[in-house]
Design a protein around this ligand. Structure first.
Ligand SMILES: *[C@@H]1O[C@H](CO)[C@@H](O)[C@H](O)[C@H]1NC(C)=O
Ligand SMILES: *[C@@H]1O[C@H](CO)[C@@H](O)[C@H](O)[C@H]1NC(C)=O
Ligand SMILES: *[C@@H]1O[C@H](CO)[C@@H](O)[C@H](O)[C@H]1NC(C)=O
Ligand SMILES: *[C@@H]1O[C@H](CO)[C@@H](O)[C@H](O)[C@H]1NC(C)=O
Ligand SMILES: *[C@@H]1O[C@H](CO)[C@@H](O)[C@H](O)[C@H]1NC(C)=O
Length: 424
């Protein structure tokens, strides 16, 4: 658990050094927060456990997914909230899920912390170490992470609660760091999440007081086509091992965050660009609602009908009005349109990529380059922009968080005092 603020304050005073750097909070991507579960009288299912003595790592756990897949799926997939609840989705009955080490960095260094897996799955580990060693940040005090239940991001009521937690963490971090404004560093979905947070949750005065800048790595601010393909045939996030990705489809089809990450009707994904084609239908970004209905995944349709996710998507496509640093890789072929030779989406097995464009393997360049655009007010707030040649590897989207040139640029950026707010 987090130390109480008074204790943390004392610690901060003891650690005080002249020229203390502005603190930084990481907002990780889809699949980027370790999630812990606790079971209390969960319904009987096969030979699965129904009660756990303590919290255990449910995401990610190679051993559970490989050895106990059906149990893992049953406990991890979201379910429909009862009628009249402000939430559209909720965790499965008898299951509580929380992000690991909110406010620390133990939930982002490895994707499978606490799982007992033999093979560690590093996610932000290299970045955390670099920021400690070269930027003078101190874990738990000036280097922290806002881990969140990424499955539920996009469900309005869940997301508002996550925004409140992030707001509290920023305010606390500011207080324990001599009232220095805080950098928010996001990756992937975390970029959309942070942008919506800054646009919807907090005021201009709040941003001026608390936010030093927004550092946005591989942010899909307009969504990305691969998400629609993943809803059909499985994920391609490289920090989730590609063990039978199709197996994960039923779980993905319960996560509102997948709707958030789907392409948005815009000049980048226009209505005459059929992102996904079957024998009987063309789906452009504008047809997302029809696509979700045809998937025959009631939870996805319910999330869409609720409308909350549209508010979040709109808010994450507009500049949040704080200085920002935008970075991504741009030379990997990335799926733009997909074709499935079936009549019904529900029958889709594997499809094929029809057209590719450049991007980072996950997000297409049009969405990545949004930070350069006047549209949405982005360009005016841009203070640093870095594009990396990756050499075509499919891992560019997530590999960037451990890429030396980016890490060096990041440290140099944090050491600047002229482009972002050093003091309120
Ligand atoms: C950071 O906090 C976590 C718990 O939140 C604790 O396990 C860990 O030891 C702390 N690390 C440091 C360096 O204080
Ligand atoms: C899908 O769009 C293509 C043109 O992009 C068109 O030729 C085709 O007839 C459309 N298919 C359906 C089922 O509407
Ligand atoms: C990637 O960005 C670099 C630097 O801006 C540029 O020279 C290069 O042409 C870009 N590549 C693609 C495929 O857009
Ligand atoms: C975040 O990055 C994405 C992709 O690189 C971009 O579309 C968006 O405009 C960026 N936003 C900010 C605030 O830099
Ligand atoms: C930060 O900037 C100062 C002054 O320009 C310089 O002396 C120092 O080496 C820089 N530190 C890093 C880590 O770049």
């Amino acid at each position: 658990m987090r130390p109480p603020v008074a204790l943390a304050l004392l610690l901060a005073q003891l650690l005080h050094v002249a020229g203390r750097p502005n603190p930084l909070i990481v907002v990780p991507g889809l699949g980027g927060s370790v999630l812990e579960a606790k079971l209390t009288d969960a319904p009987e299912f096969r030979d699965c456990q129904t009660t756990s003595s303590d919290w255990y790592t449910i995401f990610f756990s190679i051993s559970q997914v490989v050895e106990r897949f059906k149990c893992w799926e049953e406990r991890f997939a979201l379910t429909m909230a009862p009628d009249g609840d402000s939430h559209v989705v909720q965790s499965a009955p008898g299951v509580e899920i929380r992000p690991r080490d909110f406010g620390g960095v133990d939930g982002i260094e490895y994707s499978n912390s606490g799982s007992g897996d033999w093979i560690p799955m590093p996610y932000m580990k290299v970045m955390v170490e670099k920021l400690e060693q070269d930027a003078g940040l101190v874990r738990n005090t000036s280097l922290r992470a806002a881990t969140y239940d990424f499955r539920k991001a996009g469900d309005w009521a869940s997301t508002v609660a996550q925004f409140e937690a992030l707001q509290g963490l920023v305010e606390e971090t500011y207080e324990i760091n001599e009232q220095l404004p805080v950098h928010l560093l996001s990756h992937s979905l975390g970029g959309a999440f942070t942008t919506a947070f800054l646009n919807l949750q907090v005021s201009e005065e709040w941003k001026e007081k608390y936010v030093a800048s927004f550092i946005n790595l591989s942010g899909p601010l307009l969504g990305t086509p691969i998400t629609m393909a993943a809803l059909l045939t499985g994920p391609v996030y490289d920090y989730v091992p590609q063990i039978l990705p199709e197996l994960l489809v039923p779980v993905l089809r319960t996560a509102p965050s997948m709707v958030w990450m789907s392409p948005q009707d815009s000049d980048v994904f226009p209505s005459d660009l059929p992102i996904l084609t079957t024998n009987t239908a063309n789906y452009s970004a504008k047809d997302l609602g029809a696509f979700l209905d045809d998937l025959d995944a009631p939870l996805m349709s319910a999330v869409w009908t609720d409308g909350g996710v549209e508010k979040l998507r709109a808010a994450s496509s507009m500049s949040p009005g704080v200085p920002h640093f935008c970075a991504y890789a741009n030379d990997t072929e990335t799926g733009l349109t997909y074709q499935y030779a079936v009549d019904n989406l529900a029958d889709a097995g594997s499809g094929k990529m029809l057209e590719v464009t450049m991007g980072d393997g996950t997000v297409t360049l049009g969405s990545l380059e949004r930070c350069l655009s006047e549209e949405g007010g982005w360009a005016g707030d841009l203070v640093e922009h870095k594009v990396y040649a990756w050499g075509g590897g499919m891992d560019a989207h997530t590999g960037i968080v451990k890429y030396d040139p980016l890490l060096d640029d990041l440290v140099a950026y944090l050491n600047r005092t002229d482009v972002w707010r050093t003091q309120a």
